[in-house]
Each structure stands twice: as structure tokens, then as C-alpha cells.
Ligand binder design. Structure first.
Ligand code: ZN
Length: 464
């Protein structure tokens, strides 16, 4: 049974845009992409879905999220200027005040939000990976759920690692063709070096994908370089030994075998030229989270430089506790605007008056940003060749985005309308492996009304 999805524009990402285009889907797979007229005559028996003034794009890939924390959207605004307090309130609320069912509802609601925004694939870091895997499966999204591991105390490294490997054995039994598991040593300041080494080794021998938060804050830099700052004090207060490595986070991860796993690293704000070179040589992948970084005041990652160097980058929303939405089009727009502002600011601070008026040519285009949000994300998750583009033979993961809103008309170029004038709320259809999971304003795979009511209950519980 073949279905033709037709629209004013098809943006395959890996090839040029097709006006009045269509994609032909058979089961889970795209079998053809091209002009509507050509596909209609090639597949005369096909069912036709007509979307008119809209664009069909590959499904957006969210390269970093924490779906289980969806209930904490807006919950931590007061702590935002103190990341240490922010992490502490979040951890206590998650561990002590949310039941397994609360976490499942929270993750499922997050997955609904993603599906509604045209996201078809998610790299999710989770303390309760079991619940996140179920959420992705129930909503019908694709993804990798990385079971988080914590443990700053070297004396407990072995015990913590054994807990993780036992958990992974259980999670692997829950894997489906669409939902896989991986490991996530949380961050350099929450996982000690021996535990990092055990997890890295485990990732290599078991072929498990690994993701980690890295080079996110200046506090982390102080801990790494000088053994000072709130993280260092926190460890000292708990009587935990910390041997200051005196190097950058990236160098530290390289020294302890983490880069041998070709990890997916979230944030990478505090990285210098030599770190970027190390990242490139190790074929490490980066989840760029510009909105979360800005909201928490952590800084700006060198996104444009990473692309120039040929480093694989995808966009991550991070948790909605620090964003506050999962909207990859908005994330991409923010990334471009921020990169341009940064480039101009750099010229202004480094040039002498009269040397340059502050304008300069910058390479980032709307097409490139849409590519990062789709194919870039697919590469970041090692799923290139399966998703991230529209061509025959790949999985039918795509989104249809309306282009006829008052905020979008007129449209001279579909990619620039998508990037500069559209948001996830313009998505009208989301398809994963050929299955329509969001259409006509509704996620069709789960009961959104029940989830909405439960989310309100959970918020009441967190409020007290
Ligand atoms: Zn994160």
C-alpha cells in the first residue's frame, strides 16, 4: 500500500527543494521523492494525502532532552541564577516527590509536545530510563534513551557501575526497532574518574551509545582547572576526594577514555581551539543547546566554528525546565541569531575603530540550520542513512509544516520561512516509520486529555 504525501514544497535536505512535490511511502519506508505530477503517474494506485500550502521536511531530531523533567517546566525559575541550587532542587524533586508513574506521565507529555512540534527522534538522558523508553514507545517516536549514572565518590565507583550495568541489562530487553538504550555518565562533576573509565569501557565492549554533559559551565571549568568554585566546595563538604586534573573538560574526557566511545556531548560551551580539534579527531558529536544555555546564563557555544571544522552537531532542547519548550525550529532560529550576534560582537571587540564597521560575511544560512536540525541530529545519533533526509530507501520519518499563516505570508523561500517565521506550532502532521503519530491537531497514539489532567495533578504536588 503506497501513500503519496503532497505539498507545495518538499525539502529533502540532502538534495534541492522540490516545488509542488511529493513523497511516496510504503510501509515504514520512503520509496520515492520528486515532483507531484511525476509521482502521481508513477504510483497511480496510491492513496493521496494533499497538504497544499505547506512544506514536507525530514523529521526534526532533538539531540538532547530530559523528557522525565517535563513536569518541571517553569518550576525552577527562581534558582536559575544559581546552577548549584537549580540542580539540587531538581534532583530532590525528581527523586523524592515524583512517583514512577509521575515520571512516566511527565515523559509521555514531553514526547507529545515533541511529536506536535515535528520532532520524530529524541536523544533522551534519563534517571528513570525505563519510563522514558515507555514514553517514546507509547507516543510512537524514535529515540535513544541514555540511562544516567551518578557517583562523584571514587569509593563507590564499582558499586555504582554495577548498578548501571544491571539496569542496562533490563533496559535492553525493552528495546524496540525504534527505541534503543545507551549510557550517560551524567557530568564530570557528578561522576568520578574511575567510574567514567568503567562506563566508557562498558560502552565500547557492549556497543552502547554514550552521551554526557560536558563543558557546560564556568563552575565546571574552575573545578577542572583549579579545583575551586561551588562544585569543588560541594564535593569537599561531602568528604569526597577530588584530584584536580588541571586540564579542560574535553582533555579530561580524552584522558579517561570517554572520547574513545565517540560520545554525544551536550553543551560544549567552554571549548577552545585545541578542544575543538580533539573533538573533531575523536569524531565526537555535539548536541548544541543554545536556548537552555542562554536561559541558565551559561554562555554561548562556538556553533559556527564547530560547523566550519566539520564537527557533527545537532540541536538539543535540553529539558523544558531550562528552555521552556521543545521546539527545534525555534532552537535553530535562536542558534542562528545568536551566532550572528556573537560574530558581530567579536568583530567589534577585536577590531580597532574604523577598521571594520561591525558587519561581516557569515556563512550560516537557513538551509544549513534546517539541515543541522534534521540530518545533523541524525548524524549526532549515528542514525544517518536511516533518518534525517528524504530520499528513497530511508525510514519514513517526516513532518508537514503549514506555510499559510499570517506570520508566514509572503514566502519567497521555504527554508527561510521555516527558519525565521515558523515554529513547532505550525506542524500539521508528524510521521515516524510510516506511522502518523500527530495529525489534525491531535497526538493519535495516547490519550492527551488524561495526560493533561495528570500533569496538573503532578504540578500541584510539586508546588507544595
Ligand atoms: Zn541536559
Amino acid at each position: 500500500m503506497t501513500t503519496l504525501y503532497c505539498a507545495r514544497w518538499v525539502l529533502p535536505v540532502s538534495s534541492t527543494a522540490v516545488a509542488d512535490g511529493a513523497i511516496a511511502v510504503d510501509g515504514e519506508t520512503i520509496i520515492a521523492v520528486g515532483p507531484r505530477a511525476a509521482l502521481v503517474s508513477q504510483f497511480p494506485e496510491a492513496t493521496t494525502r494533499e497538504f497544499g500550502e505547506s512544506a514536507i521536511i525530514p523529521g526534526l531530531v532533538n539531540a538532547h532532552s530530559h523528557l522525565e523533567l517535563t513536569a518541571m517546566r517553569g518550576f525552577l525559575e527562581k534558582e536559575e541564577t544559581d546552577f548549584f541550587a537549580w540542580l539540587k532542587k531538581l534532583t530532590i524533586a525528581r527523586r523524592e516527590r515524583l512517583s514512577a508513574d509521575d515520571l512516566n506521565v511527565s515523559a509521555t507529555w514531553g514526547a507529545c509536545e515533541a511529536a506536535r512540534a515535528g520532532v520524530t527522534c529524541i536523544a533522551d538522558a534519563s534517571d528513570s530510563a525505563f519510563e522514558s523508553m515507555n514514553a517514546l514507545r507509547d507516543v510512537g517516536l524514535r529515540g535513544i534513551v541514555f540511562q544516567e549514572s551518578f557517583g562523584p565518590d571514587p569509593r563507590l565507583a564499582k558499586e555504582n557501575f554495577e548498578k548501571l550495568s544491571a539496569r542496562i541489562a533490563q533496559l535492553r530487553e525493552r528495546e524496540t526497532p525504534l527505541v534503543k538504550c545507551g549510557v550517560s555518565p551524567h557530568a564530570p562533576y557528578t561522576v568520578c574518574a574511575p567510574q567514567l573509565e568503567m562506563i566508557a569501557n562498558f560502552s565500547v565492549t557492549e556497543s552502547l551509545p554514550l552521551m554526557m554533559h560536558a563543558a557546560e559551565t564556568f563552575m565546571e571549568v574552575s573545578l577542572m582547572r583549579e579545583g575551586r568554585g561551588p562544585f569543588a566546595e560541594g564535593l569537599r563538604r561531602r568528604g569526597i576526594e577530588w584530584q584536580t586534573p588541571g586540564v579542560s573538560t574535553i582533555q579530561y574526557l580524552n584522558d579517561h577514555g570517554v572520547l574513545e566511545t565517540r560520545p554525544l556531548l551536550a553543551h560544549c560551551i567552554y571549548v577552545d581551539e585545541s578542544d575543538l580539534e580533539t573533538i573533531k579527531q575523536a569524531r565526537t558529536r555535539v548536541a548544541h543547546c543554545p536556548k537552555s544555555n542562554a536561559k541558565l546564563g551559561h554562555g554561548v557555544a562556538p556553533f559556527e566554528k564547530m560547523l566550519e571544522k566539520g564537527i557533527t552537531v545537532g540541536f538539543g532542547s535540553d529539558s523544558v525546565a531550562s528552555n521552556n519548550t521543545c521546539d527545534l525550529l525555534e532552537e535553530a532560529r535562536f542558534a542562528l541569531l545568536l551566532a550572528r550576534s556573537e560574530a558581530t560582537a567579536n568583530v567589534r571587540t577585536t577590531n580597532k575603530p574604523g577598521e571594520d564597521d561591525g558587519r561581516q560575511n557569515h556563512g550560516l544560512s537557513a538551509d544549513e540550520l534546517i539541515q543541522t536540525a534534521t540530518l545533523g541530529g541524525a548524524r549526532a545519533l549515528d542514525l544517518q542513512g536511516q533518518i534525517g533526509e528524504l530520499r528513497d530507501g530511508v525510514q519514513a520519518d517526516f513532518a508537514v509544516i503549514a506555510l499559510n499563516g499570517p506570520h508566514q505570508i509572503p514566502s519567497y523561500d521555504p527554508a527561510s520561512t521555516l527558519l525565521f517565521a515558523s515554529s513547532g506550532r505550525d506542524v500539521v502532521l508528524t510521521v515516524v516509520a510510516g506511522r502518523e503519530v500527530y495529525r489534525f491537531g491531535q497526538v493519535v497514539t495516547v490519550d492527551e486529555d488524561r495526560l493533561r489532567a495528570r500533569m496538573k495533578e503532578i504540578a500541584e504536588k510539586l508546588r507544595v
